[in-house]
Ligand binder design. Sequence first.
Ligand SMILES: Nc1ncnc2c1ncn2[C@@H]1O[C@H](COP(=O)(O)OP(=O)(O)O)[C@@H](O)[C@H]1O
Ligand SMILES: [Mg+2]
Length: 218
Amino acid sequence: MIITIASVKGGTGKSLIASLISSVVNNALFIDCDPQGTLSIYFEPDSGYQKENLYTLLSGSKEESLYSTNGNFIIPSDIRLSEVKNTKTRQKAILDISKKFDITIIDTIGAISPLLELAISVSDLILCPVLPDKFSFIGIDHLEMVMKKCNKDNLKIIPNRFKKFSFKHKEILNLLKSKYEVMPFISDKQIYHEAASSRIKLKKIKNFLYYGVVNNAK
Ligand SMILES: Nc1ncnc2c1ncn2[C@@H]1O[C@H](COP(=O)(O)OP(=O)(O)O)[C@@H](O)[C@H]1O
Ligand SMILES: [Mg+2]
């Protein structure tokens, strides 16, 4: 099962959700398909740039690009990923390496690009974090256009940074639910950010991600 976390907007919580998922799974593969490399930094805060990475894998290198860390595996990012086009050979490279794992999570670039299309093309499920603002809806439409181009239609929305007692947020949530398959929302809490960066395991978010995302996706 390959799950891609995607939104054509930046800052919606893609990398945060990927890193939180890494605290609830074991033996899963994480692929950092964002040239900015946020997820790679989260996994390997001290080691920085890796010579063998997603870019070299997609360029046909047979060298090991997989790094073991905290019970999971990461294929790190590279700035040159921004040049990568979506081809069958590159799709196969990702599919082949993912076959060794029950779950692969791909973190993506927050913009419409061949790189995003590549990630979507290999995915079984797309998770789209959405912030509580009206512009997010435009982003979902754009993501659906990219998915259609890649012949994919399995989309689930994760409302992120919603406030439980906000009337406006509730309205947006209901609107989302009327149009899309929507997962339980993630509230706006600094602690999630800290949980991700310090690998603190929070029971509530852990349960949501495990039962809501991982198990649901199986
Ligand atoms: N639910 C949340 N509560 C608090 N901070 C959040 C939440 N979701 C995201 N953030 C913060 O917002 C910023 C952008 O999130 P990030 O995961 O990097 O977005 P993306 O990968 O979509 O660009 C980060 O500083 C992150 O910690
Ligand atoms: Mg990111």
